[in-house]
Design a protein around this ligand. Structure first.
Ligand code: GLV
Ligand code: MN
Ligand code: MN
Length: 431
């Protein structure tokens, strides 16, 4: 049974006692991997992470992934997009024999000042589960892959799940190549700087076909599992809310903050401020959530009237038409001020394979089934027709996309145990 007290926020405190599906070795490797990743991209003051696609930090994380694959003798392949796959077994031979593989993993990039768990928990747990399976002497009937999807958060180029979207054809390579970061660097340029050929970028059906089933383990991004009436370390996912991102532009005229009379101003900030209030009101009235968490003001001087404001609206809800109504309400206000709204991305309601979710919930002793408002590569794969499931690990703070994001060591290991059990079940074979 689990017996460890809660460790300090975001820090793995080392091995804990074992249970049926993990092993002492897997616990130790989990702890070692967590320690190795902890300093990469960590902000010394906030404790949060800056890990953005195709940066130096991302390169370090990719090297780490490759070395973990090598340490285990897994075959590392990199698809046309740059997603990394570490295969235990030959996926093409198995596919030819009608036994497509089981992939598990997540992402290593972060939002600005992100937490330690969103993404890395799924990748580290996947490697630890492989270790646990091997320690038991398990020989899978189907090959198993650990995957690191690139650019899940879209923190640098604006579109979330860029790696899985291009992989599955949900976003074209041309569009991806032309996305730019805050410094005007295009994804094509960033790929080139990272040593990749941007022309190689594109859908990769051969890689997708290898994946018969995908399971993503992720930290919970809410407090459902911590509710006293629930009180469980792990849940299985049911669906992802419809969600999207829209760019809001308002225009004005730059002028002096002291000498320009109020009556003479054309201030882009006023229309934008109205849009922020409209987003909150629309979310309330349509039963959704709406967030404007990133704003760029031009020219950006304290003593200059704004000539242009660009902000990003993130809107989500359980009902697609309600989310669309939120965006319509905000658009109306932006247009009243002569501005413009552009859709950057949209993902409709995404159910995970219900039979697979039931099978996993039952196999894990009737664990809770949970929907989520967060986007995931698992959602993109599910929409591409890959049977997909998610496991969520309790987060007692309920906070995510923040340094306060947290999971206890014992719950992380419960997640590894759950994932190991799921892989045992799905990959068949002997143990
Ligand atoms: C990704 O974490 C998202 O939900 O935006
Ligand atoms: Mn996230
Ligand atoms: Mn994530």
């Amino acid at each position: 049974m689990w017996s460890r007290p809660r460790s300090a926020c975001g820090v793995w405190n080392g091995p804990v006692t074992s249970n049926d599906a993990t092993t002492a070795g897997a616990e130790a490797t989990f702890a070692g991997m967590w320690r190795d990743l902890a300093p990469v991209g960590r902000d010394g003051r906030s404790g949060g992470y800056q890990r953005f696609a195709w940066t130096r930090e991302d390169h370090t994380l990719r090297e780490w992934f490759a070395s973990e694959a090598e340490r285990r003798g897994l075959d590392l392949t990199v698809d046309r997009v740059g997603n990394q796959w570490a295969w235990w077994g030959d996926p093409d031979a198995a596919l030819a024999a009608g036994r497509p593989g089981i992939a598990t993993g997540s992402h290593l990039d972060s939002v600005p000042d992100g937490g330690a768990f969103d993404g890395p928990l799924g990748v580290v747990s996947a490697f630890a589960s492989v270790d646990a399976l091997r320690e038991r002497g398990f020989e899978p009937d189907r090959p198993i892959a650990v995957v690191n999807f690139v650019d899940e958060e879209g923190a640098r180029f604006g579109v979330a799940c860029a790696g899985s979207r291009v992989l599955t054809g949900a976003m074209t390579a041309d569009r991806a190549r032309s996305l730019t970061d805050a410094d005007g660097v295009s994804m094509a340029e960033a790929l080139r700087a990272a040593g990749r050929d941007p022309e190689e970028l594109g859908p990769d059906a051969d890689n997708v076909r290898r994946v018969g089933t995908f399971v993503e383990l992720h930290v919970e991004q809410g407090r459902h599992l911590s509710l006293p009436e629930v009180d469980q370390p792990v849940a299985v996912g049911s669906d992802i809310w419809p969600h999207g991102r829209w760019r809001l532009h308002t225009l004005g005229e730059a002028n002096h903050a002291g000498t320009t009379r109020l009556a003479d101003r054309d201030d882009a900030m006023l229309g934008f401020a109205a849009a922020v209030i409209a987003a909150r009101r629309a979310a309330e009235s349509h039963g959704c959530v709406a967030t404007i968490g990133k704003v760029v003001v031009t020219p950006g001087g304290v003593n200059a009237i704004a000539s242009e404001v660009t902000g990003w609206l993130d809107a989500r809800g359980s009902d697609e038409s309600a989310v669309r109504r939120v965006v319509a309400d905000v658009t109306e206000v932006v247009e009243e001020f002569g501005g413009l709204v552009v859709e950057d991305s949209w993902t409709g309601t995404t159910p995970f394979d219900p039979g697979l979710a039931r099978r996993i919930a039952t196999r894990l002793g009737g664990i809770p089934v949970l929907g989520t408002g967060a986007g995931h590569d698992a959602g993109i794969l599910a929409n591409a027709g890959v049977p997909t499931a998610m496991l969520f690990v309790r987060n007692p703070t309920g906070i995510s996309h923040s340094p306060e994001e947290f999971a206890t060591s014992e719950d992380c290991l419960a997640g590894v145990a759950a994932l190991t059990t799921v892989l045992l079940d799905l990959a068949g074979g002997a143990s």
